[in-house]
Design a protein around this ligand. Structure first.
Ligand SMILES: [Zn+2]
Length: 339
């Protein structure tokens, strides 16, 4: 289309892309896992670049403290506590109506990730926890889908391309750290520039994969913007890797009825359950209204009790604010939501 040639002219004139590259980009489907700082930056760039379909999955809602670095959200989104996936989709629809944008308000877990990957050519990591990254790694290695790791904290960031069958995977690099052993954005803070740089690298790597450009050199990039350090490393596949060599997908196969984990950057715990039936939020609201302050915004219930705030979604997934103790959170969940 002439209109498209005009819209993407600067990208098409870049020799690495050209008309053929743009055509490939327009036929690609990407999944962005997480829509915080990395995810909103990447969704912005990929939708503007004309990727055919962009699927965005995020379990969270917009808060005032997000606005410092999460580029697609504004004060109204924070006031309304809109789900990030929805706020992203609404913004980006206005920017490029030619891209199919799909918003999924959900946690990514072993039960749903393979369904989410249906028809996806490439996955972009923008999560805030390592457990989900290892799950993404398992699912992508199993289904031979390229994915791009990305993580930031403070002024440092890291990204790595993982092309199953060609490159090392995340488990070749290291095994999952134990819970509580890693610093979080809550304790260390994060600058707005760090995710912007890492997301820009991830997005450009994504375009390269879409157009079939395979540069040589290091596949792991580490930056420290505060100290101006930029490093590249070559990670080789590990001969004993349980995932890409052993075809054992421990994170994908892990089955827990109820899972709880602390959320990065907040004094909060998320509980998710394997139950298939949906909660009746109206009924639950009525039940909880005698115990504390409860509100319904059409997407979830907000329930305040004691020093806690519970955000309860229709699939029973619950974010419990006011504690980082997973056991206490499980107890509150059982008490007020039920499992
Ligand atoms: Zn591996």
């Amino acid at each position: 289309m002439i209109q498209d040639l005009e819209r993407y002219s600067r990208q098409v004139h870049f020799s690495g892309i050209g008309e053929e590259g743009q055509n490939r980009i327009s036929k690609s489907t990407v999944l962005i896992v997480g829509c915080g700082a990395l995810g909103s930056n990447m969704a912005n760039l990929l939708v503007r670049a004309g990727v055919g379909t962009v699927k965005i999955v995020d379990r969270d809602f917009v808060e005032l403290s997000n606005l410092q670095r999460q580029v697609l959200f504004d004060e109204t989104d924070a006031e309304k506590r809109l789900p990030k996936a929805v706020a992203t989709m609404e913004k980006l629809k206005q920017i490029n109506s030619g891209v199919r944008i799909e918003a999924i308000i959900d946690d990514v877990n072993p039960r749903n990730i393979e369904t989410m990957l249906t028809g996806v050519d490439l996955v972009l990591d923008a999560t805030d926890n390592m457990e989900t990254r290892y799950l993404v790694n398992d699912a992508c290695v199993k289904h031979q889908i390229p994915w791009i790791y990305g993580g930031v904290i403070g002024a440092t960031g890291m990204t790595m391309d993982i092309i199953p069958g060609q490159s090392a995977c995340l488990r070749c690099l290291s095994d999952a750290p134990s819970p509580g052993s890693m610093p979080t954005c809550e304790t260390e803070g994060v600058l707005g520039g760090t995710p912007a740089v890492i997301a820009s690298i991830q997005t450009t790597e994504a375009l390269k994969i879409m157009v079939g450009h395979h540069p040589t050199g290091g596949n792991l990039i580490h930056i420290d913007l505060w100290e101006n350090e930029y490093n590249r490393f070559q990670v080789k596949p590990h001969p004993d890797c349980p995932a890409c060599v052993g075809k054992r997908f421990d994170f994908l196969e892990g089955e827990l009825a109820t899972e709880a984990f602390s959320l990065c950057g907040r004094n909060a715990v998320q509980i998710s359950t394997s139950r298939k039936d949906q909660l009746d939020l109206k009924q639950l609201k009525a039940r909880l209204s005698t115990l504390g302050e409860v509100a319904d915004n059409g997407f979830f219930l907000t329930f305040k009790v004691d020093q806690y705030e519970l955000i309860i979604f229709p699939d029973a997934r619950t974010i419990i604010k006011g504690t980082s103790d997973e056991t206490a959170a499980r107890s509150l969940f059982t008490k007020y939501v039920g499992n």
